[in-house]
Design a protein around this ligand. Structure first.
Ligand SMILES: [Zn+2]
Length: 316
């Protein structure tokens, strides 16, 4: 049974026809009409219509969007970069499409895809942290995606780990997003550069180009530069502390790390694991979860949105 998944990203809208085994058999993508909520809805309708025309057997379409989505998978309470405020997106799409529609948060869709078909497929309980520009999260508890009572749960990036810490874009202070994200890695790399010592190559690159970019840091990481590795170690230490707190609440068998920064693999996971063990309550007696990198790098949103829509359409 096939379903359509649509992932509305900041720069592109990706869509695909996905089998019940998580395979994408047809794909489309267009640039996201920036800042124009109506044009985004039009683009999603066009994409679903065209995919459905080529695959008339699809049973549902799931749309993944950033922001807060209600527990009924219908209404977008809020999106950061699109002017959706309490937007009845499911109803808007349903009135123009002859197909079962659901809406989900993009990080939740990506996490669900990892749980069903990727790095979390052998677990019943999985916590995913997506380390991109910010920090996204998804929780699967006892084989179910944990959306929370209002639908806005699993926003792991805004878990506070430093009282009165750095201000966050969400309005609070000390969120893990300010210590464990790609943007935080650049700030920490700058601190390592300022300290001299192992930060020499970082400092030199910063002097040459004016400021450090994500590309600079990842190039240095690939060459094993000790300063870049140290910056990633500090980032991983924050994430490991956060994972220890999450374990006390959720007790997952596996933590999955996705997003661009997670491409550094074991260089990130080793300090995460070390800090996790150090901060774990009742350490020594708590079974150790696995720490792994996400497997469905670019397609997770599409695959997860399609699978959640298929389950919604066929389960009830
Ligand atoms: Zn925050």
């Amino acid at each position: 049974m096939q379903a359509i998944g649509i992932d509305i990203g900041g720069t592109k809208i990706a869509g695909g026809v996905v089998t019940e085994f998580g395979e994408i058999v047809d794909e489309e993508r267009v640039a996201t009409p920036a800042g124009d909520a109506g044009a985004i809805v039009d683009a999603v309708v066009d994409m679903i219509t065209s995919l459905q025309a080529r695959h008339p057997g699809v049973v549902a379409a799931g749309v993944a969007a950033p922001g807060f989505i209600d527990a009924a998978q219908s209404t977008v309470y809020y999106t950061p970069n699109i002017a959706w405020r309490n937007e009845p997106l499911r109803a808007r799409l349903s009135e123009r499409l002859d197909l079962h529609i659901t809406i989900d948060n993009d990080a939740n869709a990506a996490g669900w895809a990892e749980f069903r078909f990727g790095a979390g497929r052998l677990a019943s309980d999985m916590t995913m942290l997506t380390i991109g520009t910010g920090v996204g999260g998804a929780i699967v508890a006892q084989d179910r995606l944990l959306r929370g009572g209002f639908g806005t749960g699993g926003e792991l990036g805004h878990m506070r780990i430093v009282p009165d810490g750095l201000p966050c874009g969400c309005g609070a202070r000390g969120c893990i997003e300010q210590y464990g994200s790609g943007r935080a890695l650049l700030r920490i790399a700058g601190e390592v550069a300022d300290e001299g010592g192992v930060g020499r190559a970082l400092a030199q690159l910063r002097d040459e180009s004016g400021e450090l970019s994500g590309h600079d840091v990842s190039t240095l990481l690939q060459s094993g530069d000790p300063g870049a590795v140290e910056a990633l170690r500090r980032l991983g230490t924050w994430l490991g502390q956060a994972a220890a707190s999450l374990s006390a609440i959720l007790d997952p068998q596996v933590f999955v790390f996705g997003g661009g920064v997670a491409q550094s693999g074991e260089l990130l996971l080793a300090p995460v694991r070390a800090a996790y063990l150090e901060h774990l309550p009742a350490r020594g007696y708590h079974p150790e979860p696995e720490f792994v990198i996400a497997e469905l790098v670019n397609d997770a949103g599409v695959v997860g949105a399609a699978d959640l829509a298929r389950l919604h359409a066929t389960d009830r």
